[in-house]
Design a protein around this ligand. Structure first.
Ligand code: SAM
Length: 271
């Protein structure tokens, strides 16, 4: 799976995930709180960009961050230590065969992970098995079909399409957000509540433009430049025109809109 992770593990990707988490903290974490004493699995915690907000917002809960990448887990450990949080442990493991007994957790949190996996419903079913009956899963994923830069330009959409195609070729789905309801239902969860969470940046909030339009979205698309060129998905001129068009949307008269999807569902009682 590691080789197929389209965003890669370079230091710049860690910074991008941090920008993303900061820019989106209120959107993604505003209503995520766990009761004192509850055990929470953060599946695919990566470099811990979401972990800090999770652990800080629910100081009485105990978090287990699981990821397949040892270097990412090392960064996550440093980040959590810098934040002075003591309610998190990190565990290296594969979501294809998670290293926890069934029913180990009260809740699970999964953010920007399913988009990279070849069988997200099966992964969700395995996460469900790690929950006690009545436990909940919260899932957040993006949907690259929703990117709306202004001024609009076909080159921007062509560059985003390179990322979508590379992720598809690696077995993932960069437009998975819209599928969260059917995926969770197929994985056997009940009371599935899913819906869009809209991120938006304009010249009235230059910090959001810098962190989200540039630091998160444009940086992510730019990160696949060499692979897109190597795969023959774009010319250098065409790809760079797309990046410039995305950057243009972060100027004072530009706007950028993107839809994330967030779902919460319950692990039903055993039959
Ligand atoms: C885009 S990052 C998201 C990290 C974090 N959730 C966040 O929002 O910043 C996806 C993470 O999923 C991890 N991952 C991918 N496949 C995995 C697998 N089979 N088992 C465990 N982790 C996996 C990657 O190593 C990476 O850290």
């Amino acid at each position: 799976m590691r080789d197929g992770y389209v965003h890669g593990y370079a230091p710049r990707e860690g910074e991008r995930l941090e920008d993303q988490a900061r820019a989106l903290e209120s959107l993604l974490h505003g209503d995520v709180r766990y009761a004192p004493g509850s055990r929470v699995l953060e599946a695919g915690c990566g470099t811990g960009a979401q972990t800090v907000a999770l652990a800080r917002n629910s100081p009485g809960a105990r978090f287990s961050g699981l990821d397949i990448s040892a270097p990412s887990l090392a960064q996550a450990g440093e980040r959590v230590a810098r934040a002075g949080l003591a309610n998190v442990e990190f565990v290296r493991g594969d979501l294809a065969d998670p290293p926890f007994p069934p029913g180990s957790f009260d809740h699970a949190f999964v953010c920007f992970v399913l988009e990279h996996l070849p069988d997200p419903a099966a992964t969700l079913a395995r996460i469900g098995a790690l929950l006690r009956p009545g436990g909940t899963v919260t899932v957040i994923e993006g949907d690259h079909g929703s990117a709306l830069p202004h001024p609009d330009h076909p080159a921007a959409h062509a560059a985003v399409a390179c990322q979508v195609e590379l992720q598809r070729a690696a077995g993932g789905d960069a437009r998975i957000g819209r599928r969260l309801y059917p995926l969770l239902a197929a994985a056997g969860f009940s009371d599935v509540r899913a819906g869009p969470v809209v991120a938006y940046a304009d010249g009235g909030d230059p910090a959001m433009q810098a962190a989200f339009t540039l630091g998160t979205f444009t940086a992510m698309v730019e990160g696949v430049r060499e692979r897109a060129l190597a795969a023959g998905l774009a010319t250098a001129e065409g790809f760079d025109a797309g990046i410039n068009a995305l950057r243009r949307a972060a100027e004072p008269d530009g706007t950028f809109t993107y839809v994330f999807y967030k779902a919460v569902a319950i692990r039903g009682q055993d039959p």
